[in-house]
Write a protein that binds this ligand. Structure first.
Ligand code: UTP
Length: 409
């Protein structure tokens, strides 16, 4: 992109300040900045202020029942058989969403490298691979694992897993791909500059994983291998079951386009997104969108009607993802801390949120699909997310849950 083209593109979005330091940059920095301007999607900035409109535009929320533990237990063997045979036939792949910044944890390294061990090193990635390995042992085959990283953590994640010999999972069973980045802006919608020659960016949310898989060419591997189901999961739940045969079998036998692992909420106002129907299609209502009526609603059994929270472990039928790939997911404008340089070019590391990041979320994909099976799991056995250092969903709470499960830390 030439300087004139960059100026035109920036003017279109009111971002002329991006070139403020251009004249004083070295030639290679100038080239890098022009390239970044060329590839940056500034149109996301137009989403600022739309959140309220989007919320008001939501459809009618009604309950969606889950497949509960009693039902799962009654059919466990049947579902396990179906799931295992899909895994053995090579129809199941796993997708680790590891492109996030993990800012709440406050580590400067990728979350998967975080060590939760006490008497020995136990890395988050190790916990996940050990869990997946258990299923592979039972099935007698390796489940192909696709790992999504971002520009910010790709090199470190790859180097770490290589150094640890992929915790025995086998390099040949793992593929990496990178997600896209989005610019980060101040509250007026002016993008921040990370340095004089770089626009501040952040990963564009976990909702773009399928498109990023396609863009990177990794989706060809999925097609070549004949993978029909993709189990997509977060990096930070150190107890989760990946490629769980019973979950896969239940979703297949219900002929659903996707399945979502859910836990029974501890209280109607617990801060997790709850499965629901929105205008008759599966969806997730965020805890901050729960109205007093939704909080008080009961089902025919007398239980809270929105009783099942999602844990970011979804099973998607690949051909349905291909079908909805052209649909535009909503853009979430998130208030975050964004390091940047000030007017004098000095670095600023804010202690409080100072602007917006732009993210699409995997949970919004559910709504595009016609059918979803919420599948209940026992919270203590399968849900130990690490979001914070201490307190709720923290290293501390996850350690305690791991120890209860007999995992040596
Ligand atoms: P979180 O919502 O916890 O976000 O991600 P985060 O960025 O990791 O952490 P904070 O909010 O900065 O503390 C849930 C899952 O989605 C992945 C994360 O890696 C995690 O597995 N994710 C999130 C991505 O893969 N890409 C993203 O852009 C955002």
């Amino acid at each position: 992109m030439t300087l004139e083209e960059a100026e035109r593109k920036l003017a279109e979005y009111g971002q002329e300040h991006v070139l403020r330091y251009y004249p004083e940059l070295r030639e290679e920095e100038q080239q890098a900045l022009l390239e970044q301007i060329r590839t940056t999607d500034f149109s996301v900035l137009g989403c600022i202020g739309n959140e309220e409109k989007e919320k008001n535009g939501r459809g009618r929320i009604t309950p969606l029942g889950a497949m509960e533990l009693s039902e799962i237990r009654a059919h466990e063997e049947e579902y396990r058989k179906i799931g295992l045979s899909a895994i053995r036939a090579g129809k199941v792949g796993a997708v680790l969403l590891a492109g996030g910044m993990g800012t709440r944890l406050g580590s400067d390294r990728p979350k998967c490298m975080f060590d939760i061990g006490i008497t020995r090193p136990v890395y988050i990635a190790q916990r996940l691979l050990e869990n997946l390995e258990e299923v592979c042992r039972e099935a007698g085959v390796k489940v192909p694992l696709f790992i999504m990283t971002s520009e910010k953590n790709d090199a470190m994640t790859r180097a770490f897993l290589e150094e640890k010999d992929y915790f025995g999972y086998g390099k040949e069973n793992i593929w990496f791909f990178r997600q896209d980045m989005a610019p980060a802006s101040d509250y007026r919608g002016k993008v921040y500059m990370e340095t004089k020659s770089r626009i501040a960016t952040s990963p564009n949310g976990n909702g773009g994983w399928y498109l990023s898989m396609a863009k990177s060419g990794v989706l060809d591997v999925v097609h070549e291998k004949g993978i029909e189901w993709l189990n997509c999961f977060a990096v930070d739940n150190v107890l989760q079951r990946i490629a769980d045969p019973v979950f896969i079998g239940a979703t297949i036998s219900r002929n659903c386009a996707c399945g979502a692992k859910v836990v029974r909420k501890v209280s109607p106002d617990e801060k997790v997104g709850a499965m629901c129907l929105e205008d008759g299609r599966p969806s997730i209502v965020e805890y901050y969108d729960m109205t007093p009526e939704l909080l008080a609603a009961k089902n025919e059994k007398g239980d809270p009607a929105y009783n099942f929270g999602v844990i970011l472990n979804y099973l998607f039928r690949e051909k349905d993802l291909a079908r909805i790939a052209g649909e535009k997911l909503p853009m979430h404008v998130v208030n975050k801390k964004i390091p940047h340089i000030d007017e004098n070019g000095n670095p600023v590391n804010p202690a409080e949120p100072n602007g917006y990041k732009f993210e699409q979320l995997v949970l919004d994909m559910i709504h595009e699909l016609g059918s979803c099976l919420p599948f209940e799991v026992v919270r203590e056995h399968e849900f130990a997310p690490i979001k914070n250092r201490t307190g709720v969903d923290s290293v501390e709470s996850a350690r305690a849950l791991c120890e209860k499960e007999g995992i040596r830390l």
